[in-house]
Design a protein around this ligand. Structure first.
Ligand code: TUI
Length: 312
């Protein structure tokens, strides 16, 4: 049985975390992942605290296991969401697109475990010093807003730089990815794209279909330096290309992207922002979240025991 320090830290059975994708990771999905022994995470995105509280309730109606909420630091509701997760005693908070340092004392006092998502060594070191419990090291193969370093070089650098558990993310969708992440020194993985194609994920079937159909070159990068977003190729990404070709301003790009993730979640696969990582090409079927977790664990365990036999 494969267990890591992350399982002990979070009280979960398997070292698999589901990415807290805005609009995509609802209470239904988070509950399914947590009930199956991983860590399900609600993506708060730009949603108001009342809506996030409803998602927390959904998880608690479905499972007693630990779960998390991802707080997106560009949200206008960050302060209220911090108060909400403390009041609700949410077991784990992951953070994205910002530095949660100033909220750590409050979160720690409420007993919330804090796991920031980072894409650089410098921020990883700074956050360890401030007392976070673990880190997600997210490589640029991931979907949505991306950093500049790929998973393979990023994870071991962060592992070397800190003493807390590191969770690898970006480009991971199966047991091979989990085994590889452990080989890099990670204590577990976070997968987002793979969990879009679950029975419990509430996005429109068109979004899931686009992930299933994606090939190796379909998860492309749009946007501007400092604000790159990885999405699946469609009519919207061609509009972004046209804007970039004529040297459009940041404001024009931003205007084109506004509201488009929600459109994708509601079924617009042509002009919606189908955020997904390069691992989309590895996703071939829609299954229950529990079946994915079982399959990933069995595959990783088989690989690790096979690799062990290579050493003679
Ligand atoms: O957060 C992400 N990826 C995301 S968030 C998102 S939400 C959204 N997008 C469009 C419309 C509506 C909602 C989509 N994709 N990844 C986690 C991540 N965070 N990767 C890198 C970082 C990061 C970047 C800078 C973390 C901290 C940071 O700090 C800067 C500072 O303040 O030091």
């Amino acid at each position: 049985m494969l267990r890591t320090a992350l399982c002990d830290l979070l009280g979960i059975s398997y070292p698999i975390i589901q990415g807290g994708m805005a609009w995509v990771a609802t209470g239904e999905l988070a509950a399914a992942v947590s009930a199956a022994g991983g860590l399900g995470i609600i993506g708060a995105g730009n949603a108001p605290p009342k809506a996030v509280r409803q998602e927390i309730r959904k998880v608690r109606e479905r499972t007693d296991r630990p779960f998390g909420v991802n707080i997106y630091y560009m949200s206008p509701y960050v302060e209220e969401l911090i108060d909400l997760v403390c009041a609700e005693k949410v077991p784990v908070v992951t953070t994205g697109a910002g530095n949660p340092g100033k909220h750590l004392p409050k979160l720690k006092a409420a007993g919330v475990k804090v796991i920031p998502v980072v894409a650089s060594v410098a921020l990883a070191k700074r956050l360890e010093r401030l007392g976070v419990d673990a880190l997600v090291a997210e490589g640029m193969e991931c979907g949505g807003h991306i950093g500049e370093i790929a998973t393979m070089p990023l994870v071991p650098q962060i592992v070397d730089a800190v003493h807390i558990p590191v969770i690898a993310a970006g480009g991971i969708a199966d047991g091979r990815g989990l085994a590889a992440a452990l080989a890099l020194g990670a204590a577990g993985v976070q997968m987002g794209t793979r969990f879009i194609c679950t029975e419990e994920c509430t996005v429109h079937p068109n979004y899931k279909e686009a992930v299933l159909k994606a090939g190796d070159r379909d998860a492309v990068v749009t946007g501007m330096p400092g604000h790159y977003v990885r999405v699946l190729k469609n009519k919207l990404t061609r509009q972004f290309e046209e804007l970039a070709a004529r040297g459009a301003s940041w404001e024009e790009m931003d205007r084109l992207g506004a509201g488009k993730l929600r459109a994708a979640v509601e079924g617009d696969a042509e002009y919606g922002s189908l955020m997904a990582g390069q691992s989309a090409a590895l996703v071939r079927e829609i299954k229950p979240a529990a079946a994915i977790i079982e399959e990933v664990m069995a595959e990783a365990e088989a690989i690790i025991s096979r690799l062990g036999k290579l050493v003679r």
